[in-house]
Design a protein around this ligand. Structure first.
Ligand SMILES: [Fe+2]
Length: 295
């Protein structure tokens, strides 16, 4: 039996290089857990991968004696590589899951990365349909579709904790960009309206935060937690009464001046295949490729 509003324990981990928050989410009654958006360290200058950050997640799992059942991706990220495969190899009870919209994202990028969309979809253990329910121990979990940033974007509600992925950021940071292929500001607005129907006390955990520089007088360290009520009152891009037209105008003006994420090319190559690294060449070396003039 699952409990709709069970309080789950949330252990946040900030990946400073990419401003990403990864989470270990646990039901304390059963010690079953999920890991959300785990980051793989990648040094683009040296082409080096390491697992120091993912190891911290694993250390938390071991210290808390958790049984991880899910490795959840909110979407195919374009700003960091996922550690889902590496963790999956060490957590045999865990399924790697993402939204069914990943198929569309894979089809979009298949030509540029010479990806076979069928085998790529199989690299995930589970593709959630909209509003699919699952359990983390006694806590009820729901895969809530939040397309707009990307077509495959999901938010995960686990007990009373909502993991927004790239939809809502902290109230003073606003919302995620909508200018990637398949992105759509109107769609994101509607996705956020759906999140705003949740109880105001719902705890909200964001996927990214970079903090604020002290120079603007409102400096703060990176943060990860807020509530639906706080978002509705104070989100700088979309409050309770913001109109769709207002949001679209603001979002599109902002997206027009954003540069491509620094790690978009390596991230997509790895993340579209659930974190599987490229197969080694005959010389035993793995290569990531850089398509020219495609992004
Ligand atoms: Fe993203």
């Amino acid at each position: 039996m699952t409990t709709p509003a069970a309080t789950v324990q949330v252990h946040p981990f900030h990946h400073a290089d990419t401003g990403t928050w990864s989470y270990v989410v646990a039901d304390s009654a059963t010690r079953q857990a999920a890991i959300i958006d785990p980051v793989l360290d990648f040094d683009a200058r040296g082409g080096r991968i390491s697992h120091a950050f993912a190891q911290k997640l694993l250390d938390c799992v071991n210290e808390q004696q958790l049984q991880v059942r899910w490795l959840l991706e909110t979407h195919a990220h374009a700003d960091h590589l996922t550690a889902a495969q590496w963790l999956g190899a060490r957590l045999p009870d865990a399924l790697i899951a993402i939204g069914h919209g990943i198929r569309e994202v894979q089809r979009t990028f298949a030509p540029v990365f010479e990806l076979d969309p069928e085998t790529a979809a199989d690299s995930f253990d589970c593709l959630f349909n909209d509003d699919d329910e699952f359990a983390v121990g006694m806590a009820r979990a729901v895969a809530i579709p939040v397309p707009g940033h990307t077509r495959d974007s999901l938010a995960y509600l686990v007990g009373d904790a909502l993991f927004t992925g790239d939809s809502l950021f902290m109230p003073d940071a606003g919302t995620a960009r909508c200018d990637f292929p398949g992105g759509d500001a109107a769609m994101l607005f509607r996705s956020i309206q759906r999140l705003y129907e949740l109880p105001e006390s719902t705890r909200v955990f964001v996927c990214h935060d970079y903090g604020k520089p002290a120079s603007d007088g409102k400096g703060r360290e990176p943060a990860c937690e807020t509530t639906i009520g706080e978002q509705k009152r104070n989100n700088i891009h979309v409050r309770e009464h913001t109109s769709e037209a207002e949001f679209i105008a603001l979002r599109e003006a902002r997206d027009a001046i954003l540069a491509a994420p620094a790690l978009i090319i390596p991230s997509l190559q790895v993340n579209l295949r659930a974190g599987a690294l490229p197969v080694a060449a005959p010389n035993g070396i793995r290569y990531l490729r850089i398509p020219l003039d495609q992004f």
